[in-house]
Design a protein around this ligand. Structure first.
Ligand code: FES
Length: 169
């Protein structure tokens, strides 16, 4: 991306041309509320995030992230309640284990791990949500379109950064 301002019309046009798509899996109780708070407070946010509301990050199957990155999107953001604030007590702790594990596997699947990020944002943290989503969006714009996206199941992945191509289960 050449324009440092991700909201300039040139940058947005470039993003649209690149077809940048980011998926955000947000816990219903905290981060979805945080995104809502940011919207209500009219904090400026990138427009290329598509939000999927989930009941808790404990519901996040790592395959949701892997398949999103393999079959269609350029980046995936997962956000939930802060540790000890999960409405189901430990859902986010299970999520943290699974998502950390996933992070270390992404490169073996031919996916740049920088395309995935998880974090915690509470319903009152509209400003933090704005910061998280802006930084992640900027990172994905810097990385550009996901070269690992396959149009059809069975289509081969392109290797990332000289790594060997890995088969997808
Ligand atoms: Fe939000 Fe569990 S309810 S992470």
């Amino acid at each position: 991306m050449t324009d440092p301002n991700p909201y300039s019309s040139a940058a947005l046009a470039e993003a649209a041309e690149q077809g940048i798509k980011i998926a955000g899996f947000l816990c219903n109780w905290c981060s979805y509320g945080g995104a809502d708070t940011a919207g209500v407070c009219r904090f400026k946010q990138p427009t290329d995030l598509r939000i999927v509301r989930i009941p808790c990050t404990g519901r996040m199957d790592p395959l949701f992230v892997a398949k999103s990155l393999i079959y269609g999107v350029d980046g995936v953001l997962v956000s939930g309640c802060h540790p000890k604030d999960c409405h189901y007590a430990v859902g986010n702790l299970y999520a943290r284990r699974r998502l950390e594990m996933l992070k270390s596997f992404l490169s073996f699947m031919g996916i740049d791990a920088r395309r995935f990020h998880y974090t915690w944002v509470s319903a009152s943290e509209g400003q933090r949500w704005q910061q998280v989503v802006t930084e992640f969006s900027e990172q994905i714009h810097r990385l550009g379109a996901n070269p690992g996206v396959r149009k059809q199941p069975g289509e081969n992945l392109k290797p990332v950064g000289g790594q060997k191509e890995a088969p997808i289960p």
